[in-house]
Design a protein around this ligand. Structure first.
Ligand SMILES: NC(=O)C1=CN([C@@H]2O[C@H](COP(=O)(O)OP(=O)(O)OC[C@H]3O[C@@H](n4cnc5c(N)ncnc54)[C@H](O)[C@@H]3O)[C@@H](O)[C@H]2O)C=CC1
Ligand SMILES: CC/C=C\C[C@H](O)[C@H](O)/C=C/C=C/C=C\C=C\C(=O)C/C=C\CCC(=O)O
Length: 261
């Protein structure tokens, strides 16, 4: 499906899962703002994407999503460059159990802020034309590990916030579809931090359990996560969906029991 004329903003877009979805969006003819903390990587990535897809389709914006003012400027900069905004993927995330407050800031607070900024630019409530938001959680929200307690908490938080906001969007007639995406283990640089004491702190001693889990469940390629994201973007029936992606079941959805008294 062509996304010709659509404008997307992807945080953490210079590497791993973010980079894979930036590539898929460009392949579908969208314009993309690739937002990342890592300037060298972002510039290198943009040069490669310009060579493949032509100049003017992708812009790199250096931004730390944990800096609220910088994130606000990044959204404005994207709209100034491309005219409007249709798709926001709040993907940037870290695993740092030592600096756990930073992990909450990047993985949860920035996702909340990114969602609110997306609504400012896309919600019909603000006279805009609607759109799609994807907030990246993790299978860690369903199968926790003693190896990453705060990371796990942030990914639970992303699902809770996203589901409540999806209901707010329906009841408030925002014209914006809001989803959570929960990949299992994915072959990206993030996964290399599993044995890194600087990241995992005292919980690094549980790394063997974690690695056993990776061997048991397998490791996905970023391209499959990008495929799941493209499905969420293009299938208008999927409002509020919590998508899971695992080796055993591929792309599928979490189902919740209806609330009862
Ligand atoms: N790799 C995995 O096994 C899984 C990853 N996830 C989630 O997917 C998302 C992407 O992860 P990966 O691609 O694996 O990670 P990655 O580490 O390979 O790439 C993350 C990108 O985000 C950027 N970034 C980090 N902090 C930032 C900040 N404060 N501001 C702006 N950019 C920042 C990095 O520079 C990097 O380019 C994260 O939210 C992660 O929690 C979810 C499930 C599994
Ligand atoms: C230091 C580690 C760095 C990064 C990895 C992240 O922590 C990542 O977000 C963690 C992923 C954890 C995945 C946990 C479980 C995976 C389970 C499966 O793959 C499949 C199991 C059951 C499927 C059941 C279902 O889909 O309903």
């Amino acid at each position: 499906m062509s996304l010709n004329g659509k404008v997307a903003l992807v945080t953490g877009g210079a590497q791993g899962i973010g980079r894979a979805v930036v590539q898929s969006l460009l392949q579908s003819s969208a314009k993309v703002a690739m937002v990342d903390l890592n300037k060298d990587l972002g510039e290198e990535c943009k040069a490669q994407l310009d060579a493949e897809f032509g100049e003017g389709n992708c812009t790199f914006i250096e931004c730390d999503v944990a800096n609220g003012d910088a994130l606000r400027d990044t959204f404005q900069n994207t709209v100034d460059q491309f005219g409007h905004l249709d798709i926001v993927i709040n993907n940037a995330g870290i695993t740092n159990e030592k600096d756990w407050e930073k992990t909450i800031q990047v993985n949860l607070t920035s996702v909340i802020k990114g969602t609110y900024l997306a609504l400012e630019h896309m919600s019909k409530e603000n006279g805009k034309q609607g759109g799609t938001i994807i907030n990246v959680s993790s299978m860690a929200a369903f199968m926790h590990s003693p190896h990453q307690p705060v990371y796990t908490a942030t990914k639970h938080g992303v699902i809770g916030f996203t589901r409540a906001m999806a209901d707010a969007a329906i009841q408030g007639d925002y014209g914006v579809r809001i989803h959570a995406l929960c990949p299992a283990f994915v072959d990206t640089p993030l996964l290399q931090s599993v044995e890194d004491e600087d990241n995992m702190g005292k919980f690094v001693k549980f790394k063997d359990d974690f690695k056993r889990s990776m061997s048991k469940f397998g490791v996905l390629q970023p391209s499959l996560i990008a495929e799941g994201m493209m499905r969420l973007i293009t299938d208008t029936s999927l409002h509020g969906a919590v998508m899971k992606i695992t080796c055993s079941k591929g792309i599928h959805f979490h189902t919740y029991e209806p609330m009862s008294a």
